[in-house]
Design a protein around this ligand. Structure first.
Ligand code: CA2
Length: 147
């Protein structure tokens, strides 16, 4: 069975608790349940992880090699700073769909740069929590395993 890692980065554990005008009211637990339910409905396995630490995210990407077929990654603020995450994605040679709840290009200029984008299959941003389902479907399509 196709297996996907949904990996969330720093501060995303606070989802639904603050800044609802930007990130919505859906909690991280809700997002993870939505992803698991979508996988169950579409016949693929979903594993969800979250870390507030850059090294924890690097370890999760490394750990996905040989276990998962691809990654949906919301790297949070590390999107805009982390060469380590960029290099980890290159290192594991797994397809990554970059995901952001907000439209990072409509926000502060420091959010317009992504170190993930050049090594991702593509990016979904600006659609809130439903974007995770769009990203999962995009990844399954890329893997040639969409129903
Ligand atoms: O839009 C996204 O998904 C982001 O990846 C979210 C990051 C931000 O740094 C990126 O530029 C865009 C921040 C996540 C913080 O989430 C919070 C949620 C509720 C309360 C506080 C933070």
């Amino acid at each position: 069975m196709t297996s996907v890692l949904v990996l969330n980065g720093p501060n995303l554990n606070l989802l639904g608790t603050r800044q609802p005008e930007i990130y919505g009211t859906t909690t991280l637990a809700d997002v993870e349940a939505i992803c698991a339910d979508h996988g169950a409905a579409q016949g693929f396995d979903v594993t969800c992880l979250q870390s507030n630490h850059e090294g924890g995210l690097v370890d999760a990407i490394h750990g996905a090699k040989g276990v998962h077929d691809g990654i949906v990654l919301n790297a949070g603020a590390y999107t805009h700073t982390s060469i380590a995450l960029h290099d980890a994605i290159v290192g594991v040679e797994l397809p990554v769909v970059e995901l952001h709840l907000s439209n990072i290009h409509a926000r502060e200029s420091f959010r317009h740069t992504s170190f993930i984008a050049p090594v991702a299959v593509g990016m979904i941003c600006g659609f809130g929590a439903p974007g995770y389902v769009l990203a999962l479907d995009a990844l399954l399509g890329h893997l040639g395993r969409a129903k």
